[in-house]
Write a protein that binds this ligand. Structure first.
Ligand code: ADP
Length: 477
C-alpha cells in the first residue's frame, strides 16, 4: 500500500482520461454536425453515419483509456523509483540511525530534497553529540559533587541519585526508579520531602540520622519548576555535617569538663584562704596544713592550665612547631632521667633498653620529649610500689617504636577506646589522687599524629599496660 504513489497514478490516469474524453467529444460533435449538414443536403444516410461515428468514438475512447492507464502506470512507477530510496533513508533516520544518509547524485527536486534531508541529519547528529557531551559533563559533575543530590518525581520515585547520595543512604547502584521511601526509611526525611512538595519556597533542615554517633545531614529542598505544570519534581541536596556536629559537641563537653576541673581546686583554694582570713588565731600546724592544701590545689590548677594551653597549641593547625633532626635515644634518656627519682621514691623499678644507637628522626623535640615523659609518668602513677616500668626504643622499616610497659593496675577493656579523649579517666578517683589532669594521653595522641605516627595500647586489669608509639623517620609533608 503506497497512498502517495496511488494518488499520483489516479491523478495521471484521471487527468489523461478526462483530456481524451473531452478531445473525443469535440471531435465527435464536429463530425456529427458535418454529417447532419450533409444529410440536410440529402447526400448520405445520416442515421447509419451517426451510428458508425458513435462506434468509432467508443473504440477511440477505449483505446485512449488503455493508453492513459499505461501512461499513469509508468508515471507512478517512475515516481516510486525516485521516491523510494528517500523514503527508506528517512525511515532509517527516524528510527534513530545517526549515520543514515541519502544518495544525492541526482540533479532534480528529489536530489534537492535528499540534500536537505542529509543536512537535517547532519545537524541532528551534531546536536545529539553536543547533548551527549553535556550530559556526560553533568553526570561527571554530579558524581564528583561532595553533596548528595536526589531528584524525586511526582510518584515518589527517584529520578536521579548521584554517587554521594548513594553513599549517604547506603543505596544500591540501581536506586534510580525505586521509591525514595524504600531507600530512606527515616520519618523526618520523609516529612521534609512532603513539606518541600507543598511549598513554593526552598526549605532547609538539619536531620540527625544517628543520635549515638551524631550522624547529621543538612537537607536543602525545592520544587523543580516545570513550565508544563504537569509534574511536581523535588530536588534534594544533602550535606554531611556530622563532623561539624561532633566538633560542636566536643567543644561543649570540653568547656563543661574544663569548668568542672577548674572549679574543684578553685573552691578548695577559696575555702581555705577565707578560713585563714577569718580566723587569724589558728594554730601554726592547722595553718600549715591549710596553706599546703592551697599550694597543692594551685599546682593542680597550674598543671591543668598548662595542659590546656598545650592542647590549644596542638589544636591550632600545627601551632608553629620546629621540626628538626632529633636523636630518639637522647630524648628517651632525658625523659627516663627526669623520672628516675620519682620512680625510686615510689619503690618502682624503672629501666630502659634501646637498639637505636644514634639514629635520628625528623621530629619536634619538645613534643617527643613531652609524649614519652607523659607515658612514663602515667606508668609510674598507675603502678603500685614494687612494680616495674620499662622504656624500650627500637627501629622498624618505616620508623621508630617507643614502648612504655608497666606492671600496674591495667585498664578495663570498656575504657581502652576512650582513654585518649580529653578529660576521660578510667578511674577518676585514682587519677585525681595522683594529680592527673585527664589530658595527658590526649596530648600524647595529638603530638604523635602531628608526626604522622600512631599510638596503641594493650592492657589487662591487674596485670599491667603497654603503650606503643610508632613514629615515621620523617613527618608527612
Ligand atoms: P590522667 O591525668 O588522668 O592520667 P591521662 O590522659 O594521662 O589522664 O590518662 C587517661 C586515663 O587513662 C587515666 O585517668 C587512667 O585511668 C588511664 N591510664 C593512663 N595510663 C595508664 C596506665 N599506664 N595504667 C593504667 N591506667 C592508665
Amino acid at each position: 500500500m503506497n497512498p502517495f504513489r496511488d494518488r499520483i497514478f489516479t491523478a495521471v490516469f484521471a487527468g489523461s482520461a478526462i483530456a481524451s474524453t473531452i478531445a473525443v467529444s469535440i471531435i465527435g460533435w464536429v463530425a456529427i454536425h458535418n454529417i447532419e449538414e450533409a444529410g440536410v443536403k440529402q447526400q448520405i444516410d445520416v442515421h447509419a453515419a451517426v451510428v458508425q461515428i458513435y462506434i468509432a468514438l467508443v473504440a477511440i475512447c477505449g483505446i485512449a483509456l488503455v493508453f492513459c492507464y499505461i501512461v499513469a502506470l509508468f508515471a507512478a512507477g517512475r515516481f516510486r523509483r525516485d521516491a523510494d530510496p528517500i523514503l527508506r533513508a528517512a525511515q532509517t533516520m527516524a528510527a534513530g540511525d545517526a549515520h543514515a544518509r541519502i544518495d544525492v547524485s541526482r540533479d532534480d527536486e528529489f536530489g534537492k530534497m535528499a540534500e536537505w534531508m542529509n543536512a537535517l541529519a547532519d545537524r541532528r547528529a551534531s546536536l545529539l553529540r553536543e547533548a551527549e557531551s553535556q550530559q556526560n559533563e553533568v553526570r561527571t559533575i554530579l558524581d564528583h559533587a561532595s553533596e548528595g543530590i536526589i531528584v524525586i518525581g511526582e510518584s515518589g520515585r527517584i529520578l536521579l541519585m548521584n554517587g554521594a547520595a548513594r553513599l549517604m543512604f547506603h543505596a544500591p547502584p540501581d536506586a534510580t526508579g525505586r521509591l525514595f521511601v524504600e531507600v530512606s526509611r527515616n520519618a523526618k526525611i520523609q516529612e521534609f520531602v512532603e513539606r518541600v512538595r507543598d511549598s513554593f519556597e526552598s526549605l532547609q533542615a538539619d536531620i540527625v540520622i544517628d543520635e549515638e554517633d551524631l550522624t547529621t545531614f543538612r537537607f536543602r529542598g525545592s520544587r523543580i519548576p516545570d513550565p508544563g505544570g504537569r509534574e511536581v519534581r523535588i530536588l534534594l541536596i544533602a550535606g554531611d555535617i556530622s563532623d561539624l556536629r561532633r566538633l560542636e559537641r566536643m567543644r561543649i563537653d570540653f568547656v563543661a569538663n574544663a569548668s568542672h576541673e577548674i572549679k574543684t581546686p578553685l573552691s578548695a583554694i577559696l575555702g581555705y584562704a577565707e578560713t585563714l582570713q577569718d580566723d587569724p588565731d589558728l594554730d601554726a600546724e592547722t595553718r600549715g596544713k591549710f596553706l599546703e592544701t592551697i599550694a597543692r590545689n594551685s599546682r593542680r590548677l597550674e598543671e591543668l592550665v598548662r595542659d590546656m594551653l598545650h592542647l590549644a597549641r596542638l589544636d591550632s593547625a600545627g601551632g608553629a612547631f620546629q621540626f628538626d633532626s632529633v636523636s630518639v635515644v637522647e630524648v628517651c634518656e632525658s625523659a627516663f632521667e627526669a623520672h628516675r627519682e620519682p620512680a625510686k621514691k615510689k619503690g618502682i623499678d624503672l629501666s630502659m633498653s634501646e637498639t637505636l644507637g644514634d639514629l635520628k628522626i625528623i621530629a619536634e623535640r619538645e613534643l617527643l620529649y613531652q609524649s614519652i615523659s607523659n607515658l612514663i609518668s602515667n606508668a609510674i602513677k598507675y603502678t603500685p610500689s614494687g612494680g616495674k616500668v620499662t622504656l624500650e626504643a627500637s627501629a622498624g622499616a618505616a620508623g621508630v617504636q617507643i614502648i612504655v610497659k608497666d606492671t600496674g593496675t591495667g585498664i578495663a577493656p570498656e575504657h581502652l577506646a576512650r582513654i585518649f579523649e580529653r578529660f576521660y579517666r578510667a578511674d577518676p578517683a585514682r587519677s585525681r589522687e595522683a594529680g592527673g589532669t585527664g589530658l595527658g594521653l590526649a596530648i600524647v595522641k595529638h603530638a604523635v599524629l602531628l608526626h604522622g605516627g600512631k599510638i596503641d595500647v594493650e592492657s589487662e586489669p591487674g596485670v599491667g599496660s603497654r603503650f606503643r608509639v610508632s613514629i615515621p623517620f620523617e613527618p608527612p609533608k
